[in-house]
Design a protein around this ligand. Structure first.
Ligand code: HEC
Length: 419
C-alpha cells in the first residue's frame, strides 16, 4: 500500500487498490482513545492509509488539524461537514501539537511572509517554480495538478494532468513550456500553457521509475534524478531523446552550476555527484562525515554547493574545486530536518521542516550569520524554494496546501557596523 522512498518521504500510491477498512485497521493496529468522533475516524479515515497516520505522536495544532481535514476531504474522505466538526474536536483534543519547537535567531533583515491557499484542497503543492515571465507555478502532486499563480492579480489557473501523474518538480524552458517530473506516472512531461497540451517522455530505462527533480542546462537539455530508484537522466531538448545512467543511493536535488555542469546530492549517503553534460559521465564527491545526508541543493556564484544535512541538522557547503567542506549547526538544532534550500544574491535561504511551525532561515556566507522567521501557516514542510528576480523567495507548503513568498523588505541598519 505504501511506497516508501528511501529517506523518510512516504508517498501513498493512489494507483494501488485501496485496502478494505478491516485490512487497514489490522495493518495499523492503532487503538484510538474513546470519545465522540472516534467511530467516524475509524470508518472514514482508513480507506487510504492506516490509523497510525492519524494518531501521530507529534499531533497537530487545532489550525493544523483543520487544514489536514480540508485536505483529506479534498482527497476523497467521506465525511459530512458536521462530522468534520466532531472529528476536528476529537483530533485536536486527543492529538495535540507535540512537535519540536523552532529556535529563532534575530538579525538585521526585515521580511514579510505572504501565503495563499491553492484552489483545490489536498493538492499538496510540492515544488514551486518562478517562471521566466514572472508567473509562479507549483506541482500539486496528490491531485495531478499543475498550478499557475499570477502575483500581480493573485489569480490561480489549474492545469489537470492525466490522473495519477503525481507531478513533483518543475522547470520552464525559453519557449514558455513547463517541464515536470511525473513521480507517480513515471514520465517526464512538458506542458504547453497556451494550449494545455502535455507531451510525455517515457523513462528510457526499463528499471527506472519515479522521476524526482528536473533542471535545464544552458543548452536546453533537461537533467533529472529518480531519487529512490537510483538513476540520473537527460532529455535532449531538441530531439526528446533520453539517456539514463544508474547512480545511487538516492540521487535527489539537482542544479546546474555557472559552467553548465549539473550537480546533485546523493541523499542515501554522504556524497554529491556531478554529470558531464555531454558524456553523462558521473563524478562523485565524498563529504567527510559518514552521517551527512544532503537533500536539496543550492549553488552560489562561486560554484560552491550548499545543502541541508537532513539527518544531522547542519547547513553544509562544499567547494568541488578545492574539496573544502564546511558546516554550521542550524538554529533549531539536530532535529530541524533542513529541507527546501535556495540561494538569492549569494545569500542562502532554507526551511527547517522538522519543527512546528516551520521556519525560514537566512544564512549570509560573507558574515556567517543566521537569521530566521516563522512561517505563519506553519509551513507544513517546505520541500523546495526558488528566488524571483527581486530576490524574494517563493515557497510551497505541501502539507498546508499553500504557496507563499518571503518578501525581503529592507535591512535594519545598526549604528556601528551596518549589520
Ligand atoms: C481518499 C484517501 C484518504 C482518506 C479517506 C483519508 N486520507 Fe489522510 N491522507 C491521504 C493521503 C494520500 C495522504 C498523504 C499525503 C502525502 O503525504 O502525500 C494522507 C495523509 C494524512 C495525514 C498526514 C498529513 C501530512 O500532511 O503529512 C494525516 C494526519 C491524515 N492523512 C489524516 C486523515 C484523517 C483524519 C482522515 C479521516 C478524516 C483521513 N486522513 C482520510 C489520503 C486519505
Amino acid at each position: 500500500m505504501k511506497t516508501v522512498l528511501l529517506g523518510s518521504v512516504i508517498v501513498l500510491s493512489t494507483a494501488l487498490p485501496a485496502l478494505s477498512q478491516e485490512q487497514a485497521r489490522n495493518e495499523s493496529a492503532v487503538q484510538l482513545p474513546d470519545g465522540p468522533g472516534k467511530a467516524i475516524v475509524q470508518a472514514a479515515c482508513v480507506q487510504c492509509h492506516g490509523l497510525d497516520r492519524v494518531a501521530q505522536p507529534i499531533g497537530n495544532t487545532p489550525q493544523g488539524w483543520q487544514i489536514v481535514l480540508n485536505n483529506m476531504v479534498g482527497l476523497g474522505a467521506k465525511i459530512t461537514p458536521d462530522q468534520v466538526e466532531v472529528v476536528h474536536e476529537y483530533l485536536a483534543r486527543n492529538f495535540p501539537d507535540r512537535a519540536p519547537k523552532p529556535k529563532l535567531v534575530a538579525g538585521a533583515m526585515e521580511v514579510t511572509i505572504r501565503e495563499w491557499d491553492v484552489p483545490t484542497p489536498g493538492s499538496r503543492p510540492h515544488d514551486p517554480l518562478v517562471a521566466r515571465d514572472g508567473s509562479i507555478w507549483y506541482a500539486g502532486i496528490n491531485l495531478s495538478i499543475l498550478g499557475r499563480f499570477d502575483p500581480k492579480t493573485a489569480q490561480f489557473k489549474e492545469y489537470k494532468l492525466r490522473p495519477k501523474s503525481g507531478p513533483h518538480g518543475l522547470v520552464d524552458d525559453a519557449q514558455g513550456n513547463i517541464w515536470f517530473t511525473a513521480q507517480q506516472g513515471h514520465y517526464i512531461g512538458k506542458l504547453n500553457p497556451k494550449t494545455g497540451d502535455v507531451t510525455e517522455f517515457k523513462l528510457s530505462h526499463p528499471d527506472a521509475r519515479s522521476p524526482h527533480t528536473p533542471i535545464l542546462d544552458p543548452k536546453g537539455n533537461l537533467f533529472f534524478t529518480t531519487s529512490g530508484n537510483n538513476f540520473v537522466g537527460r532529455v535532449n531538448g531538441r530531439t526528446g531523446e533520453m539517456t539514463m545512467v544508474r547512480q545511487g543511493p538516492n540521487p535527489y536535488g539537482i542544479l546546474v552550476n555557472s559552467k553548465g555542469v549539473p550537480f546533485f546530492t546523493l541523499y542515501g549517503t554522504n556524497k554529491l555527484g556531478s554529470i558531464n553534460p555531454d558524456t553523462m559521465e558521473i563524478t562523485e564527491y565524498t563529504l567527510p562525515n559518514p552521517g551527512i545526508r544532503p537533500r536539496r541543493i543550492a549553488i552560489t556564484s562561486d560554484d560552491v554547493i550548499w545543502f541541508g544535512d537532513y539527518a544531522r541538522g547542519y547547513l553544509g557547503s562544499y567547494d568541488p574545486k578545492t574539496g573544502q567542506y564546511r558546516e554550521w549547526p542550524t538554529p533549531s538544532g539536530p532535529d530541524s530536518q533542513i529541507y527546501g534550500i535556495t540561494v538569492a544574491n549569494d545569500v542562502v535561504w532554507y526551511n527547517e521542516s522538522g519543527v512546528r511551525p516551520n521556519t525560514i532561515v537566512r544564512f549570509d556566507p560573507r558574515t556567517e550569520k543566521f537569521q530566521s522567521w516563522i512561517i505563519p501557516s506553519g509551513g507544513g514542510v517546505v520541500r523546495h524554494m526558488m528566488p524571483d528576480r527581486n530576490g524574494n523567495i517563493w515557497i510551497a507548503g505541501s502539507g498546508v496546501n499553500k504557496i507563499g513568498v518571503v518578501e525581503v523588505r529592507s535591512v535594519i541598519r545598526t549604528a556601528s557596523t551596518g549589520r
